[in-house]
Ligand binder design. Structure first.
Ligand code: FAD
Length: 529
């Protein structure tokens, strides 16, 4: 089946199996499997595909222990294998325990909701004996007071999180699996019925986490809400806890291209910063890089490219918060561009203006890249792409706060001018081609539905989160700043809820948070020029 007709693509966080790959992928695998045999002509399978993708996303970090796959029985090459496995109805779910060589498939019943499939996956894993459990799967059975209490006060090279819960709760096992790809923390579960443990740790509410620190101290870990998402996020962001990088890049190619950009930051001293703030130094560095490096690879700008450049300069001149040098520079640049009768300008003239003429009049953009909130733990990580996202988030929020700012610029007629200018810039100039292709694809599907300034803020937030999810664990993921749904519960607890066992966003609170986070009042001038 070609492109649009396919229910699942390589971009989905699951394994697309075929008769050719099924045996080798599954038999040689070190994990258990849950496979959906479907048919791309079956209407119900089409509807169910979004649930299955959401499930696969939800348990993406469990894949070393249990993998999720799909196999399309409507493809001719798969007819035989579907017959061999006696697939009569679609979808049919089969699980395969991790039993080397002689693994058997068993039916996993009819289609279900995400939480019940998730529980089924936990049950599959628990059905293994200690000997045949997938090698990356830690024990899922509860530990006892006798096993856990001696750990209190001991030093270690990692955190130990003891998640204590009611006997029928799955949260503990889900959190253990959520942390599978992370080093620096071990999660163990225990039961609320274990009185000696509960009394010793003085726990009164369940589920809750008792945390043993590497230095031997220990305490109850405060979580705003007793939910899987909160527990997992808190543990993932403990100091020193890191995602183990995959050995090979995933579909998120392009990362190395973006990452290879500014190379200076590893020789620079670390700049302490506050994750709840936005730093002017990052915005200035974004513009520095954009104007002096990214665009400077173009000898001349003409036609559509020139128009896109002018629009970007106008947008920044009108919406950049706080006045100051940057706004003056962009205003001068904008006036200069508008006054030029030429259809084609040599880019050197722009550089001269930015570098020399402006400096003489005391208006200049930082002469160097200075990442703060966008610092990477080593050269090649974070930096420019991070600051570009930040800049556009700021601009969506500024547009919302100043609705008339773009009047008489030619951009006022657009429903979502910030997104449209960003889209055109990324498509035309952003150095990472693959990123541009992904972004354009997303924009062509959803950007035109944006009706107002609030939706403009939320669309960019949502799209950025999609990229975060796709890139989590890839080579461009900085271990010190692992990609995760943002804002985390520690930045905004009220942004997160759980509905029917699934994490959901409270969009009203997300909007409120974004308006605050990217507001002019939350911009820190520290480290800025
Ligand atoms: P970033 O993702 O760059 O985020 C920067 C900061 O923004 C974070 O530190 C956080 O404070 C905040 N933030 C995070 N999420 C959100 C959110 N949802 N809403 C609001 N603020 C948020 N790389 C690829 O490998 N493949 C791609 O296809 C790709 N596409 C890209 C498309 C665009 C338009 C851009 C600008 C970048 C793209 N990149 C891509 C780069 C990638 O998204 C990251 O920017 C880069 O890997 C650096 O990541 P980071 O950890 O600094 O965080």
């Amino acid at each position: 089946l070609g492109g649009a007709g396919r229910l699942y693509t390589e971009e989905d966080p699951l394994v697309i199996l075929s008769s050719g790959s099924l045996k080798s992928a599954v038999t040689n695998s070190s994990s258990a499997w849950l496979i959906q045999f479907f048919s791309s002509w079956c209407g119900h399978c089409i509807q169910y595909s979004s649930t299955w993708k959401a499930l696969a996303q939800d348990v993406k970090d469990w894949q070393d222990a249990v993998s999720v796959g799909v196999l399309d029985c409507a493809q001719e090459e798969n007819f035989d294998v579907c017959k061999d496995y006696s697939i009569k109805f679609y979808p049919t779910f089969k699980v395969r325990q991790h039993v080397p060589a002689a693994g058997v498939y068993t039916d996993a019943g009819a289609d279900r909701s995400i939480p019940s499939v998730r529980q089924l996956m936990v049950n599959i894993l628990q059905n293994h004996t200690n000997l045949d459990r997938p090698k990356h799967c830690p024990p899922l059975e509860p530990y006892s007071a006798a096993q856990l209490l001696p750990l209190l006060g001991q030093r270690s090279d990692h955190y130990t999180a003891i998640l204590v819960e009611e006997p029928d709760s799955y949260v503990g096992r889900e959190v253990i699996l959520d942390l599978l790809q992370y080093s620096g923390v071990q999660v163990k579960r225990a039961l609320s019925s274990d009185r000696p443990l509960v009394d010793a740790l003085k726990l009164t509410a369940f589920p809750s986490i008792y945390l043993l620190h590497p230095n031997g101290t220990h305490a109850h870990l405060h979580s705003e809400k007793p939910l899987r998402f909160f527990f997992s996020s808190l543990l993932r962001t403990l100091p020193g806890v890191q995602r183990r990088l995959k050995s090979s890049s995933t579909s998120s190619s392009g990362a190395s291209q973006v990452g290879a950009l500014p190379g200076k930051q590893n020789t620079e001293p670390w700049r302490d910063f506050d994750r709840s703030k936005v730093y002017m130094a990052d915005l200035e560095s974004a513009l520095h890089y954009l104007l002096r490096v990214e665009l400077a690879t173009h000898n001349t700008l003409e036609g559509e490219e020139l128009k896109i450049f002018k629009d970007l300069v106008t947008l920044v001149a009108k919406l950049y918060p706080g006045g100051g040098s940057v706004v003056k520079l962009m205003e001068t640049l904008s006036d200069w561009l508008l006054s030029m009768p030429l259809q084609r300008i040599p880019y050197q003239a722009v550089l001269d203006l930015v570098d020399n003429k402006m400096r003489i009049s005391g208006v200049f953009l930082g002469a160097e890249l200075r990442w703060v909130g966008c610092q990477g733990s080593r050269a090649g990580l974070r930096g420019y792409p991070c600051s570009l996202w930040t800049l556009f988030h700021v601009l969506t929020v500024q547009h919302d706060a100043n609705p008339t700012a773009l009047d008489n610029t030619g951009l006022e007629a657009e429903v979502a001018p910030v997104l449209q200018v960003m889209r055109r810039y990324i498509r035309t100039f952003f150095g990472c081609r693959e990123c541009g292709r992904h972004f354009e694809q997303a924009a062509s599907v959803g950007m035109d539905n944006v009706q107002n300034r609030e939706q403009q803020i939320l669309w960019l937030w949502q799209q950025h989160n999609r990229v975060n999810m796709r890139l989590a664990g890839s080579l461009s993921d900085d271990p010190l700043f692992p990609k995760a749904p943002w804002p985390s519960p520690s930045l905004c607890a009220s942004c997160h809820e759980e509905k029917n066992g699934i994490h959901v966003w409270n969009q009203d609170n997300v909007l409120r948070f974004l308006r605050h986070h990217y507001a002019a009042s939350n911009l820190s001038p520290e480290y800025s020029v």
